[in-house]
Design a protein around this ligand. Structure first.
Ligand SMILES: Cc1ncc(COP(=O)(O)O)c(C=O)c1O
Length: 366
């Protein structure tokens, strides 16, 4: 068959170890997954109740316009309904953007390391990928400006960045947007927006009128605790959204996903509660790293990237043996580090104990 050449050098997505697999391999009773930045508190209790009672008309196609959810989100964000695009997770929106704008003869600019789906989709579409190394874990926006040229179609900013967790200061970001050509789509991937606690952060939605070439991605997978339902959305200029909508498949979100996402918007107090709990546990990681003289990137998300003694794959395996699935930095472009989802208070206490054991085994305990 005549496959796209780009596929020759690519691998299908390799999921990390599942909880059941880890239990089986190491004979463990309890395994905690802290690898995919899901919400350890689940979803709002009202959403859980709704799920046990919801009667979805399963014989009907879902609402391809996502009318109910669209109306609620438009109200929440103070934008027009035509400014919204829905995806089967924000992953699918990344694919839609790539499909609509990338191909042979154009290039796309992104940080490295960052969320891998930008490069993954660009490769499939045959676009040139220009990666700008992070500086001390931060986006190098001057570097972005240097990499951008007349053939650049899309610039991706993961904000806060996965896997480092840090945030581009709002004034720096605004300065960048002012300098980028309006012919380039600037994607602000804000999957972790709800976890940001920095008081200086400006909600980028307020900039959309000034910068119609900006599109913002958000998701129900993280703070809303609905990763299984695959609902993400984009907010942007109606003309940009309309073009992307041409690429979207007609029924890309299922009925149950749309219904629970809509329900979840009714409980913003739950999101605030999760943000506060996450912040408290994040501070414990910061203190732990400082007490143990380990480097940790400043995080505004529900995960931290923390240095480990020795090889990150070895450290990950040792933590797995103690019942914690985390991500080795070797696979994320950050060797010497692991990425850990911030769990509940109890999960964090137990994880830090396991980390103590790791440090002792490596002779690195302070
Ligand atoms: C930065 C970033 N963007 C997008 C996604 C995709 O999220 P989803 O497709 O679940 O909305 C993730 C998931 O980990 C992420 O970390």
């Amino acid at each position: 068959m005549n496959w796209k050449k780009a596929l020759d050098s690519m691998q299908p997505y390799k999921p990390g170890r599942s909880i059941d697999e880890a239990k089986r391999i190491y004979g463990l009773d309890d395994v905690v997954k802290l690898a995919s930045n899901e919400n350890p508190y689940g979803c709002a209790p009202s959403v859980r109740d709704y799920l046990t009672s919801a009667a979805i008309q399963h014989e009907l196609y879902p609402d391809g316009y996502a009318g109910g959810l669209r109306k609620k989100l438009a109200e929440k964000h103070g934008v027009d309904e035509t400014s919204l695009l829905f995806g089967n997770g924000s992953d699918e929106i990344i694919m839609i953007i790539s499909r609509a704008l990338l191909g042979k003869g154009v290039n796309t600019v992104m940080a490295t390391p960052t969320f891998p789906q930008y490069a993954h989709n660009a490769r499939i579409e045959g676009a040139e990928i220009r990666e700008v190394p992070l500086k001390d874990g931060h986006h190098d926006l001057e570097g972005f400006l240097g990499a951008i040229d007349g053939e650049t179609a899309v610039a991706w900013l993961c904000n806060p960045n996965n896997p480092t967790g840090n945030l581009i200061p709002s004034d720096t970001l605004k300065g960048f947007l002012e300098q980028v050509s309006e012919n380039i789509l600037v994607v602000l991937d804000e999957a972790y927006f709800e976890y940001i606690t920095g008081s200086e952060h400006i909600d980028s939605i307020s900039w959309l009128e000034k910068f119609p070439n900006v599109i913002i991605l958000r998701t129900f997978s993280k703070a809303y605790g609905l990763a299984a339902f695959r609902v993400g959305y984009a907010i942007g200029d109606p003309e940009v959204i309309s073009n992307l909508n041409k690429v979207r498949s007609p029924f890309n979100n299922n009925s149950l996903g749309l219904a629970v996402a809509e329900k979840a918007l009714e409980d913003e107090a739950f999101i605030e509660h999760c943000r506060n709990l996450n912040h408290e546990q994040r501070l414990r990681f910061t203190k732990y790293a400082s007490d143990n003289k380990l480097h940790l990137f400043d995080s505004e998300t529900n995960f931290v990237l923390i240095a480990v003694p020795g090889d990150a794959d070895d450290a990950s395996e040792k933590l797995l043996q103690q019942g914690f699935i985390i991500r080795s930095g070797n696979a994320l472009g950050t060797p010497g580090y692991i990425r850990v989802t911030i769990g509940s208070e109890e999960q964090t206490s137990n994880f830090l104990k396991a980390f103590d054991t790791l440090l002792q085994s490596e002779g690195s305990a302070v």
